[in-house]
Design a binder for this molecule. Structure first.
Ligand SMILES: [Mn+2]
Length: 356
C-alpha cells in the first residue's frame, strides 16, 4: 500500500457513509478552490451539501455557532485550533489540511505530513488527488488553488501538464504565478479582500457555477473586485511609504488603519521581497477591536527567527503568536503596543548580536 492510501480511502469512505455535509473552508484562494472540488465530489458521489462556511483562524477563537450546520462537517485548508477540537468533535468530523499536523485522535484526518511527505502541497491539490477519480475535470480548479498558495514551484510538473491541457501559457517566474491561473487566484482572493467572508462565499458560488477558466476570467464581479483590491493595495503601500516608522536601519513599523486590516498581508508580503525591504524587518500593526491588536511581521533575507523573538516577548507581556522564521503573526493588547515595539527591537538585536 502506498503512503497515504489508507488515509485517502478513509476520507472517501467517510463521504460515502454520510450525507448532508457542511464544508468549512479557509477563506482564501486555496480554501475556496478546495471547497469547490470537495462540493463537486460530494455531488458526484450522490450526496447532499447542507451548507458552506468560509472560515479563518479568528473564527476558532471566537467560536462558530455549530447548531447552524449539519451533523457532518468537513474542514479544509485550516489547521484547526487545538482548543476548539473538543467542541467540533461533537460533530461527525473530517479534516483535509496541509498545515501543521494536529492531534487528530478520533478525527478522520488527512495531511501529507502525517506520512512524512514534506512536499509543499496546497489543499486544492491534495483535495483534487483525493477525489480525482470522481472529478477528473476539476484539475484546472486545483491549479488555481495551487498557485494561489504559492505551490507552483514545488509542483511544477503537474502544473505544466494541466496548463498544457488548457492552453495556459506559463512564464518563467519562480512560483509560476504570472499566468491565467494566477490571475484567477488573485480575483478569488480579491473577493475576500473586498467583501470579507461574504466575498469568499460569493466567490465559491461563482466557481461552482462556472465551467471554464475563460468564463471565470470574464466574470465581471471578479474582474472589478480584482481591480478595486489592486487600488487599495497600492494606496496602502503609499501610506506605508509616507508613515512608516524606522527603527535604526533595520525595522520598519507601520500602523494599518482598522478598515484596511484585510489588506495587511497583501502589502507586507510582496514588500518584504522587494529590493529596499529585503533584508529588513517589516512590522504591520492593526487594531482589530478594543481588546486586540494584530501584528504581522516579515523578515525575508535575514537570519532571524521570529517565533523565537515572539516567545521572548510573551514572557514579558500578554499575547500570543507564532508562524515561520521569516513570516509570523501575533496578537497583543492595544495598550502594550509601545512596549511590544521596544521588546521586539531588543529581541531582534539579541539574535543578531549573537551572530557577530
Ligand atoms: Mn492552503
Amino acid at each position: 500500500m502506498k503512503a497515504g492510501e489508507k488515509e485517502s480511502e478513509a476520507i472517501i469512505d467517510f463521504i460515502k457513509a454520510n450525507d448532508d455535509f457542511s464544508i468549512f473552508y479557509h477563506l482564501d484562494g486555496d480554501g475556496i478552490t478546495s471547497a469547490a472540488i470537495l462540493a463537486q465530489a460530494i455531488e458526484k458521489l450522490g450526496k447532499r451539501l447542507h451548507g458552506v462556511r468560509p472560515t479563518n483562524y479568528e473564527d476558532f477563537e471566537n467560536g462558530i455557532n455549530l447548531s447552524d450546520f449539519s451533523d457532518t462537517i468537513v474542514i479544509c485548508d485550516l489547521q484547526v485550533l487545538e482548543s476548539y477540537i473538543p467542541e467540533l468533535k461533537a460533530k461527525n468530523l473530517c479534516v483535509i489540511d496541509h498545515h501543521e499536523v494536529i492531534n487528530h485522535a478520533g478525527i478522520i484526518y488527512i495531511n501529507p505530513k502525517m506520512w512524512g511527505d514534506l512536499t509543499y502541497t496546497p489543499c486544492a491539490l491534495l483535495t483534487y488527488r483525493l477525489f480525482e477519480k470522481f472529478v477528473p475535470e476539476s484539475d484546472w480548479v486545483s491549479a488555481i488553488g495551487l498557485v494561489s498558495d504559492a505551490g507552483g514551484k514545488e509542483n511544477d510538473k503537474w502544473l505544466r501538464e494541466v496548463a498544457g491541457k488548457y492552453g495556459v501559457k506559463l512564464k518563467d517566474d519562480e512560483y509560476l504565478y504570472d499566468n491565467e491561473f494566477g490571475l484567477v487566484a488573485s480575483m478569488l482572493n480579491s473577493m475576500t479582500l473586498q467583501y470579507g467572508r461574504e466575498g469568499a462565499d460569493e466567490a465559491l458560488g461563482i466557481l461552482l457555477q462556472t465551467r471554464s477558466l475563460n468564463e471565470l476570467l470574464a466574470n465581471q464581479k471578479l474582474v472589478s473586485a480584482n481591480n478595486n483590491a489592486k487600488k487599495e493595495v497600492y494606496r496602502l503601500r503609499e501610506d506605508f511609504e509616507n508613515k512608516k516608522e524606522a527603527y535604526g536601519d533595520l525595522i520598519y513599523f507601520f500602523d494599518v488603519p482598522s478598515i484596511k486590516k484585510r489588506y495587511s498581508s497583501s502589502v507586507i508580503t510582496p514588500l518584504s521581497m522587494e529590493k529596499g525591504y529585503y533584508g529588513k524587518i517589516l512590522v504591520f500593526m492593526t487594531r482589530v477591536n478594543s481588546d486586540t491588536m494584530r501584528v504581522n511581521i516579515r523578515a525575508n533575507g535575514l537570519d532571524v527567527k521570529l517565533p523565537h523573538a515572539l516567545r521572548g516577548i510573551f514572557t514579558k507581556i500578554k499575547g500570543n503568536g507564532g508562524g515561520h522564521d521569516p513570516a509570523a503573526g501575533a496578537s497583543i493588547r492595544p495598550q502594550d503596543k509601545d512596549k511590544f515595539k521596544t521588546l521586539f527591537a531588543e529581541e531582534i538585536r539579541k539574535q543578531l548580536d549573537k551572530k557577530l
